[in-house]
Design a protein around this ligand. Structure first.
Ligand code: NDP
Length: 606
């Protein structure tokens, strides 16, 4: 375990700004692909088996045709927090629905060896005080987080009426009954007064666009559907089934960083196919100190979560309670994550200060590679040459060390835009073929594609109007949650609101807000809750007027899912002042406007 990551010292005489800019641009060019995001393949159709649930057997059941008061789509933390808050608001009839076989969302699907949360668990895992749980480690293992999701569901009695292994195929507003008709791939046709969607943004596994990928005859799977029948072991490692196997891992993002050390430890030989190296900073995980845990006062978690959010959103703070890799260089995150801006500097001064800090941070990260990796050639390939937030920052105290093992080969594919080709038994990069028994795809997920936005979950509102038609010129909502002509329908997620790397905290604020609206509606005996055209137009104007266009930064970044594979477009869908300001705005709205919002009668021209 290393010490805690620190903010780098900026020594301007040691930073050759022009040379670094040129090197970053050159490394970016090496990786740019004409086909951009189209290079990937969906884990569907002929590749559908990559997305199958390996954890819970599929149980037959009769189609549902009943009625609940609230239906929550998504059993991850967003859905669970909504369910918990609705229970607290007195809603008895709740159905939770998910494509997975149980609660947990991303933690249900991702069970690969080494999986841990990379945000501190004391701020990431929600409702710790209410559930009465203290994580065992500062960065908790995935299985512990999944169990916590299950514990929340039990605590708030959310298992009672669940529909798992169920995918919603349409939502249709029934004007006459003032309720939603929910149809699914299990032939359900159920009804609900309120529908809340929280279907996640990183859920659909994707495969790389490698020529001949379908020809490979050995064993293959995606990290989010880890095949322990093949590898043996569990999320703690012990993959003894790989002892006589030559294993290829394709992908070195946040997932690859965590899984590769375990594969390397167990496989006869591991080939790591890298296109872009991640930044790998100190992890310094540790057991939770029982004395510290015992010393915490009630309300400690909210205070800590708010502290984390304040720091990474650029707000003022008295003390850094977390002190880890996220909080020591919060300025670097500003390029990606909106928040309060330091007005004491001009835009140019700010940009220059952030660029220098960025170069210094990356120099620190590149030096760490040299300190750990013994083979200088491998070390050179493992060095990242891009701005810190071009990719999800990585943390590990075992990943770089894996490349000192004799049974691990690092294959750099950057020059070729990734792996060149696959045959029945090999992976080809340039002219070199690597014979392997198994290929593990650590190649990530379709990003930002909720069923609502992708159209896989069509929504028909008043007059049968499809939501995507209503949003043809871009989303129009009140605070990102509700739209005119779509009464009693609420969306959780990153849409026309403000976001943070601690996304579960954001979902928690959202779930509390939506539940407060529904509670107010129930108390007032109102059967329709819906924003007016004017309200959603005004909020959309607020969003467009405040959104910070970071596409210049993104276009200079190395390709990846953060910048639409090098083809970033201006994203004008987030609230510029950031998540802390957004939470304040919602609180004020609840205090000053919610009552009138609920009470008024809305005239609708369908
Ligand atoms: P990513 O999309 O981040 O990484 C995919 C990897 O596959 C990249 O290294 C990519 O290279 C590589 N790749 C894609 N196509 C090819 C190809 N044709 N040839 C070679 N390599 C290829 O997916 P992850 O699953 O790692 O992470 C996704 C997200 O999930 C993270 O960003 C994070 O938000 C979340 N996550 C969170 C964790 C947590 O602890 N909270 C842990 C793990 C994941 P390139 O970079 O060049 O495109």
């Amino acid at each position: 375990m290393g010490q805690v990551p620190s903010a780098p010292q900026i020594n301007e005489s040691e930073i050759d700004v022009e040379a670094l800019r040129a090197k970053y641009a050159q490394e970016r060019r090496r990786r740019l692909r004409e086909d951009g995001a189209a290079q990937y393949r969906k884990a569907a159709g002929e590749f559908g088996y990559y997305a199958k649930d390996p954890y819970t057997p599929f149980a037959a059941r009769a189609p549902l045709a009943d009625r609940v008061e609230a239906l929550v789509i998504g059993g991850g933390f967003g859905g669970l927090l909504t369910g918990a808050n609705l229970r607290k608001a007195g809603v008895e009839s709740i159905r939770m629905l998910d494509e997975a076989g149980d609660f947990g969302g991303t933690w249900y699907w991702n069970r690969y060896p080494g999986i841990h949360c990379d945000i501190e668990s004391y701020v990431y895992m929600p409702l710790l005080e209410e559930v009465g749980y203290m994580p065992t480690r500062r960065y908790a293992p995935g299985e512990e987080i999944r169990q916590h999701a299950v514990a929340i569901a039990k605590k708030f009695d959310l298992y009672a009426d669940t529909a798992f292994h169920t995918r919603v195929t349409s939502l249709t507003w029934d004007e006459e009954c003032s309720e939603w008709i929910i149809e699914t791939d299990r032939n359900d046709k159920m009804r609900a007064k309120f529908v809340i969607t929280s279907s996640g943004t990183l859920t659909q596994p994707k495969l790389p666009g490698i020529e001949g990928i379908e020809n490979f005859k050995g064993h293959t799977f995606h990290t989010s559907r880890w095949d322990y029948d093949y590898t043996a072991g569990d999320a703690n490692g012990g993959l003894t089934g790989l002892g006589d196997k030559r294993v290829a891992v394709i992908g070195t993002g946040a997932t690859g960083l965590q899984a590769i050390p375990h594969v390397a430890e167990n496989a006869k030989h591991t080939f790591v196919f890298q296109r872009t190296p991640s930044t790998v900073d100190i992890r310094a995980n540790r057991d939770t100190d029982p004395h510290w845990a015992a010393s915490l006062e009630p309300g400690w978690q909210k205070k800590r979560q708010d502290n984390f959010l304040d720091i990474i959103s650029g707000e003022d703070f008295d003390e850094d309670l977390i002190q880890d890799g996220w909080t020591t260089v919060p300025q670097l995150q500003r390029a990606m994550i909106t928040g309060k801006i330091d007005e004491s500097l001009s835009a140019e001064e700010r940009e220059r200060a952030e660029e220098l800090l960025d170069f210094a941070k990356l120099n620190q990260i590149r030096s760490r590679v040299d300190e750990i990796v013994e083979d200088p050639q491998a070390a050179e390939k493992l060095k990242p040459w891009y701005r810190y937030m071009c990719k999800r920052p990585g943390f590990s105290d075992t990943y770089l060390q894996s490349f000192n093992r004799k049974n691990v080969t690092l294959v750099d594919t950057a020059e070729y835009g990734g792996v060149t080709r696959m045959t029945e038994s090999t992976i080809v990069v340039g002219d070199t073929e690597y014979e392997v028994d198994c290929v593990i795809f650590a190649t990530g997920f379709d990003v930002g594609v909720s069923g609502v936005l992708s159209g896989t979950m069509p929504v028909y509102g008043r007059g049968g109007l499809p939501l995507l038609h209503a949003w043809a010129q871009g989303p129009k909502t009140l605070h990102g949650f509700q739209s005119h002509r779509y009464p009693n329908l609420f969306h959780l997620g990153a849409l026309q609101n403000a976001n943070s790397v601690n996304f579960v905290h954001i979902l928690q604020e959202q779930a509390e807000h939506l539940s407060a609206i529904i509670q107010a509606g129930r108390s007032a005996g109102v059967s329709i809750i819906e924003p007016s055209v004017e309200e959603q137009e005004e909020w959309t104007r607020t969003i467009h007027g405040s959104a910070i266009d970071n596409s210049k930064f993104q276009l200079e970044c190395t390709p990846g899912y953060y910048n639409n594979e090098g083809k970033a477009r201006p994203n004008l869908n987030s609230f510029g002042p950031g998540p802390v300001a957004f939470a304040k705005l919602l609180k004020q709205w609840r205090e000053n406007e919610l009552e009138a919002y609920i009470a008024r009668h809305i005239e609708v021209n369908a």
